[in-house]
Design a protein around this ligand. Structure first.
Ligand code: TYM
Length: 332
């Protein structure tokens, strides 16, 4: 069995990018409670300006959506990061092996720090140390694989570096994990700005399909997607035609086809957009419907999260205890 760990941040409503890039892979994995761990990483949502009540609401909503998307609590462990103290315990130990320079080089740090400064907000220290906490999330469970979208590649690389460094300095403690990405849609782009990632914290929602958008809204967003100028019909070229390539990726991800081959079936953008809209609506319909059922019983979701945290803690504690001693701390 391969142990997998992955997480999602409750910093906004979940998007089609989250679903195709990550969540769908989690649902498709061979789930076993001790081998498949999925986490709503709420501590990570506190690294930029946040509204406390909203983070709490989004944490519950994210967990409910993950269940609606098909995570089975009998076959995987679903929990909330802040409910398992081992994450922050280990993060501190890893901070003692990471350097300021390597954290400042992280692309997401640079982008988010620039955004915070642009908005006249301070850059929280936790934004800089974010990838170390992420490394702790993964390493605390000895995860071998981390199913994520393309944008998390650099963070998983850092996790590997920290694991190797710790093992070399303090003796073998951590499994060195690797990132896995879906074949298509590992980086879903914004429908209005197809050179940027579709991200849940963008201000303008017109280019973002949210998992809970009504079918009419999904259709409207897809039909208004920015396409590219230039003739030559519908071709798959991510560099020269990012808007159309994104639509073809979406269609391929929904229907299981190959984006370049699908391009041959279209002579115009209108028909392509209509098919993409229909495919996305059908993909999301069962998730939305199941979410409505589950949201009616928040107590049941909370029970899943409580049991998940118990299992996660039992798995993480021995490993974090080992790291605690290895680095030079006295066992309590
Ligand atoms: P987050 O919450 O931004 O995204 C959750 C997952 O969705 C993927 N994703 C996308 N995939 C394709 N196209 C997109 N447009 C797109 N947008 C998001 C992300 O790659 C991710 O897999 N730092 C992480 C959360 C995290 C984590 C972890 C992940 C914290 N600790 C440990 C794995 C393991 C993040 O912000 O993801």
């Amino acid at each position: 069995m391969t142990r997998i760990f992955s997480g999602i941040k409750p910093s906004g409503h979940l998007t089609l990018g989250n679903y195709l890039g990550a969540v769908r892979q989690w649902v498709a994995s061979d789930q076993e409670p001790d081998e498949a761990l999925f986490c709503v990483v709420d501590l990570h949502a506190l690294t930029v300006e946040h509204d406390p009540a909203r983070v709490r609401r989004l944490t519950r909503q994210a967990a409910t959506l993950l269940l609606a998307a098909g995570l089975d609590p009998q076959r995987c462990t679903l929990f909330v990061q802040s409910h398992v103290d081992e994450h922050t315990r280990l993060a501190y130990l890893l901070e003692c092996t990471a350097s300021d320079g390597e954290l400042r080089r992280m692309i997401q740090y640079k982008e988010k720090a620039a955004r915070a400064q642009g908005a006249g907000e301070g850059v929280r220290l936790s934004l800089l140390t974010y990838p170390v906490l992420m490394a702790a999330d993964i390493l605390a469970y000895g995860a071998q694989e981390v199913p994520v979208g393309e944008d998390q590649r650099q963070h998983v690389e850092l996790t590997r570096d920290l694991a190797v460094r710790f093992n070399q300095r303090y003796g073998h403690t951590f499994t060195v994990p690797k990132a896995t990405h879906p074949k298509v849609a590992a980086r879903v782009m914004d429908l209005q700005e197809p050179t940027s990632k579709m991200g849940k914290s963008h201000e303008n929602g017109a280019g973002i399909v949210y998992l809970l958008d009504e079918p009419e809204v999904v259709t409207k967003k897809v039909m208004r997607a920015v396409t590219d100028t230039g003739d030559g019909g519908v071709v798959y070229d991510r560099q020269a035609r990012p808007g159309v390539a994104n639509l073809l990726d979406l269609l391929a991800a929904c229907t299981g086809g190959d984006p370049a081959a699908l391009a041959g079936g279209y002579s115009g953008y209108g028909a392509l957009k209509r098919d993409v809209a229909d495919a996305v609506v059908e993909l999301l319909r069962p998730v939305r419907e199941r979410h409505a059922e589950l949201a009616a019983d928040p107590g049941a979701v909370e029970k899943v999260l409580r049991e998940g945290a118990g299992r996660a803690r039992a798995l993480a504690r021995p490993l974090v205890d080992r790291a605690h001693e290895a680095i030079g701390l006295l066992a309590p």
